[in-house]
Design a protein around this ligand. Structure first.
Ligand SMILES: *Cc1c(COP(=O)(O)O)cnc(C)c1O
Length: 404
C-alpha cells in the first residue's frame, strides 16, 4: 500500500490508464480539427468524436444526436438553466430547484433571480431528500423548468427523479437533472426518468478534466436552447468552439468502461463503504451518518464526529485525502450549506468528513483509514474540554459561557 491515500473521489478521480491510452493518439497522430472537412486529419478526428459520442449517449440511454459536448458540468448546468430561461421567456419566468444542488446550479439560479426570474428553492428533509409533493405545490402556470440533481456531491443522496420527471411531463414543464455524481456509477436512463436535459462530466468517473456534456432531448418534447457561447456553430449551434478531441475520446472510453464494469464496481464499493462505516462506528461513540442511510451512491460516506473539528481531523490525517464539511470562504469557516439544509447543527457540520471511495481504493486502504480515523478522533477528543464535560454528564446546552 502506498501513501498518500486518495479518498476524495467526489472532487475528481484518477484518470483510468485505459482512458489515457485511448486519448494519446489524438494528441500527436489524429490531431486534426474535427470541423475540418477537407482532409484526412479532420476526418479522423471527427470519426473519433462521433464514436465517442455514441458511447457517451449510451451511458444515459440517449441518442448520440442528443449530446452536446461542453467543458464540464458547470458549463452544462449554466447552459441548461440560462439557455431555457432565454429560449422560453415568452412561456414563463419561473423555475424550480432545491437547496442542496451544486453551486453551479444554485449560483446560476441566483443570477437569474437577480435578472428578474422567479426561482423556488425547495427544501429537503432531514435525510437530504426532496419531496415530490413539494414540487407539485411549487408549480405555477409560469413554470418553465424544474432542475433537481440525481446524486448529491456531499452526502451521496439519490433524489426521486423518476417521480419528479413524471410530474414535469404531466404538466409540460422541462426537467433538467445534474447527474454529475451519478453517471457511470448508478444506472441513468433519460427516458425512464423523464429527463429532458442532463448534465455530466468525465472527470468524476475516471475520465479527463475539462470535458463534459449536456443531453438535450430531441423528441417528446424537442428541447431548444439559446446558446451561451456564439461562434462557429459547432454542436448544432448550441455550443460553439473547436472540439476538445482527445478529451471527448477519453470521455467516451470512460463511459465504455463504466458501462461494462458498473454493476461489479458498485457492489465492490458498497462493501468497502460498509466496511469503512462499521469499522469507524463500531469503535467510536457519537459518530453520526449524514444523508439517507440507504438512498445513497455506493462510494459515499459522510460522517460527523461530535466534539472534533473536521479541519483538525484533516490536519491529523494528512496522508489521507478527504474533504470536510466546512467551506473556507475568504476569512471565515462556513458550515456546509448541504448539511445545514438537512438541519445538522453548525457544530456537527463542522465536525463532518466526506469519504469518497472509488475504483482504485482497496480494502487495505480502507483498513488503514479506519485505524487512523479512530486514533485521530480519540486523540482530539482527549484534548477537548467539551468532550470531557460531556462525558461527566454536564449538559453543554445548560452551561453559561463566561466571556473575558
Ligand atoms: C463536480 C460537480 C459539478 C461540476 O462539474 P465540473 O465538470 O467540474 O464543472 C457539478 N455538479 C455536481 C453534482 C458535481 O459533483
Amino acid at each position: 500500500m502506498k501513501l498518500p491515500i486518495y479518498m476524495d473521489n467526489h472532487s475528481t478521480t484518477r484518470v483510468d490508464p485505459r482512458v489515457v491510452d485511448a486519448m494519446l493518439p489524438y494528441f500527436t497522430v489524429h490531431f486534426g480539427n474535427a470541423a475540418s472537412r477537407n482532409h484526412s486529419f479532420g476526418w479522423d478526428a471527427d470519426k473519433g468524436v462521433e464514436a465517442a459520442r455514441e458511447k457517451v449517449a449510451k451511458i444515459i440511454a440517449a441518442d448520440s444526436r442528443e449530446i452536446i459536448f461542453t467543458s464540464g458540468a458547470t458549463e452544462s448546468n449554466n447552459l441548461a438553466l440560462k439557455g431555457v430561461v432565454e429560449m422560453y421567456a415568452e412561456k414563463g419566468n419561473h423555475i424550480i430547484t432545491q437547496v442542496t444542488e451544486h453551486r453551479s446550479v444554485l449560483d446560476t439560479a441566483k443570477r437569474l433571480e437577480k435578472a428578474g426570474i422567479n426561482v423556488t428553492f425547495l427544501p429537503v428533509d432531514k435525510d437530504g431528500v426532496v419531496n415530490p409533493d413539494d414540487v407539485i405545490k411549487a408549480i405555477t402556470d409560469k413554470t418553465i423548468l424544474i432542475s433537481i440533481m440525481l446524486v448529491n456531491n456531499e452526502i451521496g443522496v439519490i433524489q426521486p427523479v423518476t417521480e419528479i420527471g413524471e410530474i414535469a411531463k404531466d404538466r409540460g414543464i422541462l426537467f433538467h437533472c445534474d447527474a454529475t455524481q451519478a453517471v457511470g456509477k448508478v444506472r441513468v436512463d433519460v427516458d425512464m426518468m423523464g429527463i429532458d436535459l442532463l448534465s455530466f462530466t468525465a472527470h468524476k468517473f475516471y475520465g479527463p478534466k475539462g470535458i463534459g456534456a449536456l443531453y438535450m432531448r430531441k423528441k417528446n418534447p424537442r428541447v431548444r436552447l439559446s446558446p451561451m457561447i456564439d461562434g462557429g456553430g459547432h454542436e448544432r449551434g448550441v455550443r460553439s468552439g473547436t472540439l476538445n478531441v482527445p478529451g471527448i475520446v477519453g470521455f467516451g472510453k470512460a463511459c465504455e468502461i463504466a458501462e461494462d464494469e458498473m454493476a461489479d464496481e458498485s457492489e465492490r464499493l458498497v462493501k468497502l463503504r460498509e466496511r469503512l462505516r462499521l469499522g469507524i462506528m463500531n469503535s467510536l461513540e457519537e459518530v453520526y451518518l449524514n444523508g439517507h442511510p440507504s438512498r445513497r451512491m455506493p462510494g459515499n460516506l459522510n460522517l460527523s464526529f461530535a466534539y472534533v473539528e473536521g479541519e483538525s481531523m484533516l490536519m491529523g490525517l494528512k496522508e489521507i485525502a478527504l474533504s470536510s464539511g466546512s467551506a473556507c470562504t475568504s476569512a471565515t469557516l462556513e458550515p456546509s450549506y448541504v448539511l445545514s439544509a438537512l438541519g445538522v447543527s453548525a457544530e456537527l457540520a463542522h465536525s463532518s468528513i466526506r469519504f469518497g471511495l472509488g475504483r482504485f481504493n482497496t480494502e487495505e486502504e480502507v483498513d488503514y483509514v479506519i485505524k487512523r480515523v479512530i486514533e485521530t478522533v480519540n486523540r482530539l477528543r482527549d484534548m477537548s474540554p467539551l468532550y470531557e464535560m460531556a462525558k461527566e454528564g454536564i449538559n453543554l446546552k445548560d452551561v453559561s459561557w463566561k466571556k473575558d
